[in-house]
Design a protein around this ligand. Structure first.
Ligand code: ZN
Length: 418
């Protein structure tokens, strides 16, 4: 079936560039993009048309680091540093997902919330519970969110009520991977919580599984000082934090590492050389006072960077708000550096939250030809004077001021889901 969407198209094909197609037409065949045209070619003139008039049509958002079982504690515990925050809030909240009914209710709401906010692709942490992880994957797939979900592995330094033995962890991971075969658009990703939570034996086993099953990996890296000192104590033979993953075979292309706030030149070079993606979570890093990551520097050095909301360390599920925080954090970094490093522009932050994220899933920049459409449609009805502004100005304002109710349509995997 051929469909045509009409409106103003904007996307960021590369870092710092913003392409616009005002008053354009996007043609879809069976949900896949045929192309964007300034004039609708004659051969498509009879196709079913959805007219979004003067609205902005943008690529949908990607969130490459968030914790689904922390959704109920969004906006809480923000006065605590990372390790206390884990102890006093996070583990208790995540432990509740041993109850499948609770998991079903919360995860259905979360999946809906992601779609309402225009996030259609994710890399997500679940809890350590296999059944709740499968429920999460089902709910995401039903709502139209695609990407990767990981059952969390954690067999040490965890509270009695929320931990697994090494054997149990291995057994449950294999059961989970077997059950995952039934999903189409949500796929498994191996997820050692972070080095302090995983014994050396479990880490190495996960490395073997990653190789054997050809699976991607996600975890945390160099988020805060006390965490880094703890890793050093637990793995004295590793000069730097990243080596604890590398020696287990978990440091490879398609590995996602959240935060990287204190990754030094050598750690950043290891990311670039091995094709590891750094997931910048500005809102979370500021909320729990971890620090501000050297994003500009990473980009200049050729490290692949994408954005994560990191709920519930981050308090914003809306990726436009995460982009704003990314810009503010980069300006703070600039001031902190004595005005030596550049901040991130609006188009650059938007690139990190769309193109950079979707490329992790193999997508082309923008509305890639031949690919299933992932897009959001934003109306600015609440805001004054849209007629007097350029498309670029409207884009900038949309990034700063749009609320979920302004996102009037969302397309994911070629289907309209909002
Ligand atoms: Zn995290």
């Amino acid at each position: 079936m051929i469909q045509v969407l009409h409106g103003n198209f904007l996307y960021t094909p590369s870092l710092g560039t913003l392409e616009t197609v005002p008053d354009g037409y996007l043609v879809l065949q069976d949900g896949r993009t045929v192309g964007i045209f300034s004039e609708l070619p004659e051969r498509f003139s009879d196709a079913e048309r959805t007219d979004f008039k003067n609205a902005l049509i943008l690529p949908a958002f990607t969130d490459l680091h968030l914790h689904a079982p922390q959704y109920p504690m969004l906006g809480m515990g923000m006065d605590l540093p990372l390790l206390d925050w884990l102890e006093r809030y996070t583990f208790r909240t995540e432990a509740r997902f041993g109850d499948p009914d609770y998991a079903r209710r919360i995860y259905r709401e979360l999946a809906q919330k992601l779609i309402e906010n225009g996030t259609t692709r994710v890399a997500m942490f679940s809890s350590l519970h296999t059944d709740a992880t499968l429920i999460l994957m089902e709910e995401l797939e039903n709502a139209g969110v695609s990407g990767y979900v990981g059952k969390v592995s954690m067999d040490r330094n965890s509270p009695d009520y929320y931990t697994e033995s090494t054997e149990q962890s291995k057994r449950e991971t294999l059961r989970w991977l077997k059950e995952c075969e039934r999903f189409r658009t949500v796929r498994p990703i191996l997820t050692p919580r972070f080095t302090p939570s995983c014994s050396d034996g479990l880490m190495r086993w996960l490395g073997d599984v990653a190789r054997e099953y050809d699976l991607p990996v996600q975890s945390h890296l160099s988020e805060n000082h006390s965490e880094i000192a703890w890793v050093k104590e637990l793995a004295p033979s590793c000069e730097r934090y990243w080596e604890t993953y590398a020696r287990a075979g978990l440091w490879k292309p398609k590995t996602l590492m959240a935060h990287c706030v204190y990754s030094d030149e050598i750690e950043r070079k290891a990311m670039r050389d091995y094709g590891v993606t750094a997931i910048h979570c500005a809102d979370s890093n500021i909320n729990i006072a971890s620090g501000t990551a050297p994003v500009r520097q990473m980009l200049e050095e050729g490290v692949h960077v994408a954005l994560g909301s990191d709920i519930a360390g981050g308090a914003q599920i809306n990726m436009l708000e995460v982009m704003q925080m990314t810009i503010r954090a980069s300006k703070f970094k600039r001031m902190e550096s004595g005005w030596k490093t550049d901040f991130l522009s609006v188009a650059e932050a938007f690139y990190l939250g769309t193109t950079a994220g979707s490329s992790y899933f193999g997508a082309k920049p923008g509305f890639g030809e031949g690919e299933p459409l992932h897009a959001v449609v934003i109306e600015e009805g609440r805001l004054p004077d849209a007629d007097r502004l350029t498309l670029r100005e409207r884009f900038e304002r949309a990034v700063y001021l749009s609320k979920p109710q302004d996102i009037v349509a969302v397309y994911a995997e070629g289907k309209r889901v909002k």
